[in-house]
Design a protein around this ligand. Structure first.
Ligand SMILES: NC(=O)c1ccc[n+]([C@@H]2O[C@H](COP(=O)([O-])OP(=O)(O)OC[C@H]3O[C@@H](n4cnc5c(N)ncnc54)[C@H](OP(=O)(O)O)[C@@H]3O)[C@@H](O)[C@H]2O)c1
Length: 306
């Protein structure tokens, strides 16, 4: 048995539909080439990152057929198949890439079904832990079209292709309309210290016991414009707590609500190790206040259920 990462286990777990997963997982999007298109710059390192994640105890990996396209799922399969029984692979559907790399909607009900089947084929599985319906526009009011998209995933679940249905890039209205029709096991929206625009969706999920999986948990855009990773205040606080800005950003999310599941993405084992030890960073009241001064928040820490 590979040695597992004690702080990873100490972050606890949360329900992802019928199973529980550790609260720190791994988002595999970064493993494709630049702009999530084409092969990775360093294929061997990509495979090593995936194996290191699972060896450390990660049991929740996020992916999509359109990452690459096909590239990330194929890396996951090559690195990890046959998969550990407890590994939850979660994918998403409703987009495709063209030859230039542009991301296009692929979200008619029959295309969603095709998307699920493509994921199963490239990952080499009969069933996925969950598949997210990734909406193109979270501001568009949900209506009959949304219902028919959801129905395509309900059929896939009824036929045993997926264990659970998730939603991504949605508004609270989408969530409320969806839960009237079927069980939703997770929601994946943009959310981080610097962008808390989905706070209403987070709070709805927390109250209902639905896993909330923030994407871009380390902030957007990347590089020097990244307000989180380049924040002097986070640097100062990190020095006091013995943590990096990335660990603080992730620790803030873990601390915020019990139903938040992390899937930080990285191409390197160094950052992977840093992200997976986030649970060893404990925020006290003074550090919470410092973070709130730098990144004003409307979120109150939640207990939730699940
Ligand atoms: N549903 C959706 O629409 C959607 C959209 C976007 C993403 N996602 C999913 O969410 C996952 C996470 O989002 P993300 O990957 O876009 O963003 P992220 O996890 O917030 O950040 C990844 C970026 O941060 C860097 N990074 C990672 N760990 C770091 C550390 N410890 N210190 C400094 N830099 C670090 C990475 O560079 P290095 O490679 O150099 O470490 C990479 O550029 C994705 O992998 C994907 O699975 C879903």
């Amino acid at each position: 048995m590979p040695e597992q990462n004690p702080p990873l286990a100490s972050a606890g777990s949360y329900a992802l539909g019928p199973r529980r997963v550790r609260r720190i997982g791994y988002g595999a999007m970064q493993l494709a080439g630049d702009n999530v298109f084409g092969p990775p710059r360093d294929r061997d390192e990509a495979l090593r990152v995936l194996r290191a994640a699972v060896a450390a105890g990660v049991d929740h990996i996020d992916t999509a057929q359109y990452y690459g396209p096909g590239v990330v799922n194929e890396l996951i399969r090559e690195a990890l198949h046959p998969y550990p029984d407890d590994l939850a692979i979660v994918s998403k559907v409703a987009a495709r890439r063209d030859e230039s790399g542009a991301v296009l909607p692929y979200d008619e009900p029959h295309q969603l079904r095709e998307g699920v089947e493509d994921n199963l084929a490239t990952l080499g599985v009969d069933r996925l832990a969950a598949v997210n319906l990734r909406m193109v526009d979270r501001t568009a009011a949900p209506g009959r079209r949304f219902d028919s998209q959801l129905a395509a995933l309900v059929r896939a679940r009824d036929e045993g292709l997926i264990d659970g249905i998730g939603l991504s890039n949605i508004s609270r209205e989408h969530l409320l309309r969806a839960v009237d029709q079927t069980e939703i096991v997770c929601v994946q929206n943009l959310f981080n210290l610097a962008d808390q625009g989905s706070v209403d969706v987070l709070q709805e999920c927390t109250g209902r016991g639905i896993a909330f999986v923030p994407f871009c948990p380390l902030g957007w855009p990347r590089g020097v414009q990244n307000r989180i990773l380049s924040s002097p205040a986070l640097g100062d606080l990190g020095r006091r707590l013995g943590a990096t800005p990335a660990q603080l950003a992730l620790a803030w999310l873990l601390d915020l609500a019990p139903n938040i599941l992390l899937i930080p993405g990285t191409r390197t084992r160094t950052h992977l190790a840093e992200n997976l030890t986030t649970a060893s960073v404990r925020l006290d009241e003074a550090s919470r206040e410092e973070l709130a001064r730098e990144f004003p928040t409307r979120v109150s820490r939640e207990r939730g259920r699940g």
